[in-house]
Design a protein around this ligand. Structure first.
Ligand SMILES: CC(C)(COP(=O)(O)OP(=O)(O)OC[C@H]1O[C@@H](n2cnc3c(N)ncnc32)[C@H](O)[C@@H]1OP(=O)(O)O)[C@@H](O)C(=O)NCCC(=O)NCCS
Length: 143
């Protein structure tokens, strides 16, 4: 059976800024022993929200998640890395493409795209109301 890694559609390397890196732990597993999809989704949501909040210059709320694709299972001990790219900016909303890759194995680590999706965030003001965000071209990521 061909693995997803062998597919001609599989990117060789991540797209976007590395927003989050964490270790998949036993507490994050589903009853089958693989890492629970909901945990993955929440990590990606956090990674995407950091980029959106950076662009907006304010807190953000997740309003939609689309096109989630789970390409490969994630295992305990994998290092999960979430990469984010600002995909679209509206008046108060921003759509962020989030890719989740894992680093697997010991010394010679394998890097695999496990999940990707589009997360939409709304910039919020202090009253919890949507606020305008800068256009796409003006984004600067703080390092
Ligand atoms: C975010 C929230 C305040 C927006 O309120 P709202 O009444 O929909 O506000 P608006 O109609 O002005 O929409 C705001 C923006 O969100 C976008 N939006 C609203 N619903 C959307 C959806 N389902 N999918 C994509 N975009 C959506 C609108 O298009 C608009 O974008 P724009 O200003 O760039 O054109 C409200 O939906 C909310 O509180 N949702 C719950 C958020 C939450 O609890 N998230 C989980 C924890 S972070």
């Amino acid at each position: 059976m061909n693995s997803h890694k062998d597919s001609p559609m599989t990117p060789e390397s991540p797209t976007g800024d590395l927003m989050l890196r964490t270790l998949a732990m036993p507490a994050d597993t589903n009853p089958s022993g693989d890492i629970f999809g909901g945990w993955l989704l929440s990590q990606m949501d956090v990674g995407g929200s950091l980029l959106a909040a950076e662009h907006a210059g304010s807190r953000v709320a997740t309003v939609a998640v689309e096109s989630m694709k789970f390409h490969l299972p994630v295992y305990v001990g994998d290092v999960l890395c979430c990469y984010a790219t600002l995909h679209r900016v509206g008046r108060t909303s921003m759509t962020v493409e989030v890719q989740a890759w894992v680093l697997r194995g010991g010394g010679a680590r394998e890097r695999l795209l496990v999940t990707d999706g589009l997360f939409t965030y709304v910039a919020m003001d202090d009253q919890g109301l949507p606020r305008p965000v800068p256009p796409l071209a003006t984004r600067h990521l703080e390092t």
